[in-house]
Design a protein around this ligand. Structure first.
Ligand SMILES: [Zn+2]
Ligand SMILES: [Zn+2]
Length: 169
């Protein structure tokens, strides 16, 4: 959960889509003792700019370079690793196992596109409450459940728009 300084309605304001703003993220970075260099800014902006689509380090690098030409792949890997350690972005692996970066601080699940492999943030929905309740009930002396992961499959907007949706739609 992103922690922000005083501000009106901050909890709800970050509840949808891209979550907390770039300014919130930069503030979190500086609060933890790291300067918001132009490279770090560009890399964070690149992750956020992808909206609900989660992006790979290579994609982040390409987008960030357009904002700050001194960004390269090594800087991107290093910065994403730092942002991950600070809890500002999350690395998720779904579908073909490729790691992608998610900057949405709110609890949510992901959908993987069966056609192109895009990993997209899904609305939280009621299933989260059901699963969280179930999860607590699954702990017994043999195993303590502390988390779960759920992956939904489907087709992303780009693939649907292009008519690449396989047989089921
Ligand atoms: Zn797709
Ligand atoms: Zn996500």
């Amino acid at each position: 959960m992103a922690v922000t300084t005083a501000g009106r309605g901050r909890r709800r304001a970050v509840a949808r889509g891209t979550g907390a703003t770039l300014a919130d993220r930069l503030e979190a970075l500086e609060r933890q003792g790291y300067r918001a260099t132009p490279q770090r800014r560009a890399i964070l902006a690149a992750v956020l700019g992808a909206g609900r689509i989660n992006v790979s380090a290579e994609e982040v690098c390409g987008r960030a370079k357009a904002l700050c030409p001194t960004v390269n792949l090594a800087t991107t890997y290093r910065t994403l690793d730092l942002l991950k350690r600070l809890g500002i972005v999350r690395r998720v692996t779904y579908g073909d196992g490729r790691g992608v970066f998610c900057a949405n601080p709110d609890p949510h699940y992901h959908g993987t596109c069966l056609q192109c492999g895009a990993v997209v943030d899904l609305p939280r929905g009621r299933i989260a409450d059901v699963l969280e309740r179930e999860q607590r009930g699954l702990t017994d002396p043999a195993f303590a459940v502390v988390g779960h992961r759920v992956e939904f499959y489907g087709y992303c907007d780009a693939c649907r728009s292009a008519g690449r949706t396989g047989a089921i739609l």
